[in-house]
Design a protein around this ligand. Structure first.
Ligand code: BTX
Length: 325
């Protein structure tokens, strides 16, 4: 908002000085109560304030951003993340990625935003993407593969993200088929893979990745507080988003090349080693109904096999999975 912009400018100019609520209200042209609310909003965005009685406020830490410069500094990949398209605020990075892919963007191009206003999940569900606290990005891949292999890339990506989180935070995430990454049973990452195809060949795969990084537990909107978590909430420390992105790019580039060269099998083994639901009794909620049974594993195509109580094995291509405890 305009007020927030003025506040940030004032704090920037103030340097090490404290600014009083009265002074801030005057330059922003609003009440002191309104100022207090804006400061709360800024706190949620990652600004850390020091408040001293009679003196006022000072910013002691600004959020760390994920601009092209911050991501490029220290990047170790050959192509993933070599082209960065950065936005402060977007509807959805998927939308921009689709446009850039159509316009011929190179493989490995990454679209990243500090905030998404209309971040989306599968089946047009909402993906909550608040400013500065997560990684909201889309990666353009151009594998030379038939269309039906596209879902495997979701699984390749999931393994890469799990490894990157492990490396950077020491946490041990698990994968819930097909596209959720969980820590302590709560969702920390969602992956949305979309495809552009000509005839039956893939023109581009847009891999959308949303990682909750520095949100506090009560930053999550009420409707997902029970099911969502962030890396900071789980590890008790703030995590550098740029550093984590670099690690995701490095892991993904390596696994993607293995996948193109040696096929899905090595990825399948890794994926299963991180999988949460394999061997468990689950409910798979599909668009045509619920399937109950034991998750046996995934096939070469990334399809989930479920064995029902009557022994029949059902193949599930797309569903939401619940562990049946
Ligand atoms: P999904 O359909 O598996 O999950 C969406 C569901 O997850 C929502 O219905 C809600 O219950 C829950 N949810 C929403 N926001 C969050 C959150 N921040 N953390 C945890 N749970 C949440 C998952 O879809 C795929 C998400 C991909 C998001 C990336 S971000 C960059 C790219 N751009 C874009 O618009 N989407 C992708």
């Amino acid at each position: 908002s305009e007020i927030r912009k003025r506040l940030i400018e004032a704090f920037t100019n103030a340097g090490d000085e404290y600014l009083s609520g009265q002074f801030l209200a005057e330059i922003a042209g609003c009440s002191r109560t309104a100022i207090w609310k804006h400061i709360e909003e800024l706190r949620k965005e990652g600004f850390v304030f020091e408040a001293v009685k009679k003196k006022g406020y000072k910013i002691v830490q600004a959020p760390e951003n994920v601009t092209a410069d911050e991501i490029s500094f220290g990047l170790k990949t050959d192509f993933i993340g070599r082209g960065i398209h950065y936005e402060e605020e977007v509807d959805s990075t998927q939308k921009i990625a689709h446009r850039l892919a159509t316009e011929g963007a190179a493989e490995g191009t990454v679209i990243v935003a500090e905030e998404q206003l209309l971040g989306r999940g599968r089946l047009d569900r909402k993906w909550h993407s608040p400013k500065y606290s997560g990684i909201w990005m889309s990666i353009i891949l151009r594998p030379n593969l038939p269309m039906q292999k596209a879902p495997q890339l979701t699984l390749v990506t999931a393994v890469a993200v799990v490894q990157a989180i492990e490396e950077v935070t020491g946490l041990l995430p698990q994968i819930k088929w097909p596209n959720d990454i969980l820590i302590s049973g709560k969702k920390v990452t969602g992956i949305l893979t979309e495809m552009q195809a000509d005839a039956d060949r893939i023109n581009a795969i847009i891999v959308g990745i949303g990682i909750n990084v520095n949100q506090k537990r009560d930053d999550f909107p009420e409707e997902i507080q029970q099911i969502a978590t962030s890396l900071a909430a789980e590890s008790g420390q703030n995590i550098s988003r740029a550093r984590l992105m670099q690690e995701v790019f490095a892991r993904l580039e390596k696994l993607y090349q293995t996948y193109l060269k040696d096929g899905f099998f090595p990825i399948k083994l890794l994926w299963e080693s991180y999988a949460l639901s394999i061997g468990k009794e689950i409910i798979a909620r599909t668009v045509t109904g619920d399937i109950y049974g034991k998750a046996l594993g995934i096939t070469e195509d990334g399809v989930l096999n479920i064995q029902q109580a009557d022994g029949e094995i059902r193949q599930v291509y797309s569903a939401d999975i619940f562990i049946n405890e």
